[in-house]
Design a protein around this ligand. Structure first.
Ligand code: NAD
Length: 526
């Protein structure tokens, strides 16, 4: 493909090619469907359109996905792995095109778009390499050594539903589907309204690598209709989005008794210890807070600083933030792009205005930048934020952070944990202090001398939210095994588990008890 796009509309031929990948483009009632405009975050203008799917489209997608899954589940794992190894290389080769599409839809800066490409490649590589090990039959010591042969097999769940948000539409549109597909499942996905083409562009590359088309179905449409219909039909639900929606979908999953993974919101703290390397903190903190214009679930929104270094850090950080280069476009040197749309601009402005009206002091930002584009908002640093300001406890999901002075690290840890969320946290400190603080933080990920990228990119380890930030984990072994059913198969050989024929029940009780006692003592039982 190797296409570069211009800012503006998505070229007709690319739009048509990608639209054809939507299941709802092929349904018999397609003529009745309304079009929905996808808009450029840089200009607000329409860049392309998608069709508004409904329950019939979801039925259509599930029918085809279920049929395809039966063949796929019987396809050797090595063959599945080969497709994802090819996909890994293809994604990296096509990075410029993928970043163009992501930037057009989201308005993010190029580096944040690159993060998405790297995430997809990392997940493809990791799970393509590990699928053989994870899906292989696993022998365990059985009830009785030698006479009971026991094996755990991993069977796919069936059709996995995936509902994803707009903030990382390329990565979240496919990265969680990769282990699901490798495990032998089909996937029916609903990307967000605002950003369907990022997901479609990368899924198209997976088809080019050889994935059977019907195995990964995309239905575009609203969360309330298409998202809810997917949750009602799938055999496992993978959701990324807000805690409010996560709760609604959790009810559906609970009623249907299907497995459910929810990657939800956060109110992520940074702790700065007096023994931290301040030059490094000032270099790293802007990206920890303002990558993707702060529209990042793991973004830092609260900073707690030990008193000894509070004044110096606060002054230097605010200066660095004021120097950040904002802009619309594909240039690499733009440090922060736009918010995605008017709703996000209103949301961020309301949070900041509320805090300022209640007495917060602005050290940087706190204003929209219509001169750069309709949805730009400056990276914002606040201090003296009063207790009743909404942004003290609620997730802003925008480029806004507040700083607070603490007497010591114990106070910092207590404040960091004083939240309903538990997604990401980070601590800047000497290594020993950092590991000590990390062990006391109630959060699914903790970075030491790094905001969020080191934990996120360490794909061999599970990552997710504690408390209201989610349930289940992505990445690591758990990120694939959750899409499987463990099947416990035991073959009883030579003698029955109730002992040889003719053994009385009383004798059986004595033999069993003595065998268990001996087994524990001599450690021949697991
Ligand atoms: P959202 O919950 O409004 O939407 C997410 C997805 O769910 C969209 O595709 C939407 O159409 C769909 N949806 C909405 N209502 C639905 C319903 N009733 N039934 C089924 N589907 C429905 O979230 P958002 O505002 O788009 O995304 C921002 C939120 O996502 C933030 O809270 C952010 O922290 C969180 N997030 C979390 C992670 C993570 O990995 N933990 C990653 C990205 C974003």
């Amino acid at each position: 493909m190797s296409t570069r796009l211009k800012q503006g509309r998505l070229p007709e031929q690319i739009q048509r090619k990608l639209l054809r990948l939507c299941a709802n483009t092929h349904t018999p009632h397609r003529e009745e469907q309304e079009r929905y405009s996808v808009r450029s975050a840089f200009s607000g203008e329409e860049i392309a359109y998608v069709y508004t799917g409904d329950e019939r489209d979801v039925d259509f997608a599930f029918d085809r996905a279920r049929q395809a899954q039966r063949t796929w589940a019987a396809t050797p794992v090595k063959q599945r792995q080969a497709i994802f190894k090819d996909f890994h290389d293809r994604v990296l080769r096509e990075r410029e095109y993928l970043m163009d599409v992501v930037q057009l839809e989201t308005g993010k800066n190029r580096l944040s778009a690159l993060d998405e490409v790297l995430d997809v490649a990392s997940n493809a590589r990791f799970y393509a390499n590990q699928a053989g090990r994870l899906l292989a039959d696993h022998s365990n010591s059985g009830a009785f050594p030698l006479v009971t042969k026991n094996v755990v097999q991993r069977a796919p769940k069936g059709v996995v539903g995936q509902i994803s948000p707009w903030n990382y539409p390329l990565a979240l549109g496919i990265s969680d589907a990769i282990p699901a597909l490798l495990a032998g499942n089909a996937v029916v996905a609903k990307p967000d309204w605002n950003t369907p083409f990022s997901a479609l562009a990368v899924i198209h590359l997976l088809y080019e690598s050889g994935l059977p088309r019907d195995l990964f179905q995309v239905v575009t449409g609203s969360g309330q209709v298409v998202g809810a219909a997917i949750a009602e039909r799938c055999d496992y639900l993978m959701f990324t989005g807000s805690t409010a929606t996560g709760r609604i979908l959790g009810k559906t999953a609970g009623e249907r008794l299907i497995g459910y993974s929810a990657e939800l919101g956060g109110k992520n703290p940074m702790i700065i210890s007096a023994d931290a390397d301040l030059d490094r903190v000032v270099r790293e903190a802007p990206s920890a807070c303002f990558s993707n214009s702060g529209q990042l679930c793991v973004s830092i929104e609260r900073i707690y600083v030990e008193a000894e270094v509070y004044d110096t850090f606060t002054r230097r950080f605010a200066e660095a933030v004021k120097q950040m280069r904002l802009g619309a476009g594909f240039d690499w040197d733009i440090e922060m792009g736009s918010l995605i749309n008017q709703d996000q601009l209103d949301r961020v402005s309301e949070f900041v205005d509320d805090a300022v009206e209640k007495g917060a002091t602005v050290l940087a930002g706190a204003k929209a930048r219509p001169d750069l584009g309709p949805y730009f908002y400056e990276p914002t640093v606040l201090v003296d934020v009063p207790e009743d300001a909404k942004l003290r406890t609620q997730e802003v999901f925008g480029p806004v952070v507040f700083i607070e002075k603490v007497a010591n690290l114990d106070e910092a840890v207590a404040l960091a944990n004083d939240t309903d969320y538990g997604l990401n946290a980070c601590v800047f400190a000497s290594s020993d202090t950092g590991w000590d603080v990390a062990s006391r933080i109630q959060s699914g990920g903790v970075g030491i001398n790094d905001g969020y990228a080191a934990t996120w990119a360490s794909v061999a380890s599970p990552l997710g939210g504690m408390k209201q930030s989610g349930m289940g984990r992505r990445h690591g072994d758990e990120g694939l095994l959750k899409y499987t059913e463990a099947r416990n198969v035991a073959e009883q050989r030579v003698i029955s588990i109730r002992g040889p024929k003719g053994l009385s029940r009383k004798a059986y009780a004595a033999v069993m008890s003595n065998a268990l006692l001996l087994g524990k003592k001599l450690r021949f039982l697991p």
